[in-house]
Write a protein that binds this ligand. Structure first.
Ligand SMILES: NC(=O)c1ccc[n+]([C@@H]2O[C@H](COP(=O)([O-])OP(=O)(O)OC[C@H]3O[C@@H](n4cnc5c(N)ncnc54)[C@H](OP(=O)(O)O)[C@@H]3O)[C@@H](O)[C@H]2O)c1
Length: 320
């Protein structure tokens, strides 16, 4: 194993960042062995120094630029979320010739061209496996399908809406199911991103961009909200042996690709119909491959940290 350690810095130490820090504290031997060299978590940037965290003993700072300027940090892991200041910090990381790993679906989906161009100019890597379906290596999987002409992509890409739908099948109203999702830690205090489909649209746009090799903007995804749905629609579907799930669908026609997210009926026996919480399901139909299915935990700190560390290890192995 090469003796030269590679430094990692975290922008954010919330649900995901803390899980990454815990993994560095608890399983560094496994991570170093996979990377073929020692990896060190150098520091993390946060907003509030007083907030209690379960994140090992990583040094914290309220100045994210200190992470960018630290000469011991070669890989910046952005787990802040949002586009501001995350976007500027990702571009600044490339300017300082750092690699970037991010879980930020909104940033990657909206600023695809800018972040890819910045990585290309800096000759550094940009990786974002965690941005879609957390632990499920669907981005790596789809990157391996360059020769395939995709026909249809269907996905259950948002655990909060799956949970709400499954609770409404039991007769709960939308508001009751949303309150349960919040209490169970699935939904954020502001559930807009999930229930109005922004989160699913960002993820779908990223998958389409990978399959098509060019930016597909999330504004081109037709979004239907889950808010207006009545419990009777879900109980009615259940009585017919069906389920309603918040689906993300891309139809790769001969001309333009059509993409949509919203509630749709699926069979109760399907993987989508059986999912009740954070399980994501992604199905791709295309020539050469017929039908491929990925499924697994699409949210949660540890599941997301798994994908982030996979990206960090891949960068370390690439020898830069
Ligand atoms: N949670 C999941 O299951 C999941 C799954 C896949 C992808 N993701 C993505 O991962 C990212 C992080 O999600 P999360 O759930 O970990 O969010 P979170 O719990 O809200 O954590 C965000 C972290 O960023 C810090 N932060 C925010 N703005 C900052 C600023 N201006 N300066 C310094 N620090 C700042 C916060 O500091 P404080 O702690 O001091 O407030 C916090 O530590 C998002 O892009 C999200 O979409 C999350």
């Amino acid at each position: 194993m090469s003796a030269k350690p590679l430094g990692v810095g975290l922008l954010g130490l919330g649900t995901v960042g803390s899980a990454v820090a815990r993994a560095f504290a608890d399983r560094s031997r496994r991570i170093d062995a996979a990377a073929g060299r020692p990896l060190t978590l150098v520091a993390a940037a946060v907003r509030d120094l007083k907030r209690p965290r379960d994140a090992g003993d990583v040094p914290v700072t309220t100045d994210p630029h200190a992470i960018l300027d630290d000469p011991d940090i070669a890989i910046v892991v952005e787990v802040m979320g949002g586009t501001d200041p995350a976007g500027e910090l990702v571009l600044g990381s490339f300017e300082r010739r750092k690699h970037v790993v991010t879980a930020n679906k909104e940033l990657v989906a909206k600023e695809w061209n800018a972040v890819h161009e910045a990585a290309r100019l800096a000759k550094r890597e940009l990786r974002f496996e965690a941005a879609v379906a957390a632990a499920v290596p669907v981005i790596a999987g789809m990157r391996g399908l360059g020769a395939v002409r995709p026909r249809v992509l269907r996905g259950l890409l948002n655990g909060t809406t799956t949970y709400i739908c499954s609770r409404m099948e039991t007769g709960k109203s939308f508001d009751e199911a949303l309150a349960e999702a919040t209490a169970a830690g699935y939904a954020e205090a502001d559930p807009t991103n999930d229930v109005d489909g922004h989160d699913a649209a960002y993820k779908l746009a990223i998958l389409i961009s990978i399959l098509e090799g060019r930016h597909f903007h999330p504004d081109h995804v037709r979004r239907a909200t889950l808010r207006g749905i009545a419990a009777s629609e879900l109980t009615g579907a259940a009585a017919r042996g069906a389920r309603i799930r918040y689906l993300a669908v891309a139809d790769f026609g001969d001309r333009a690709t059509k993409a949509r997210v919203g509630p749709e009926e699926v069979s109760a026996e399907s993987l989508e119909g059986q999912a009740t919480g954070p399980t994501n399901v992604i199905t791709l139909e295309g020539d050469l491959v017929s039908r491929l299915v990925w499924s697994g935990p699409g949210a949660g700190g540890d599941a997301t940290a798994s994908a982030i560390l996979g990206d960090v290890i891949a960068i370390a192995r690439s020898g830069t």
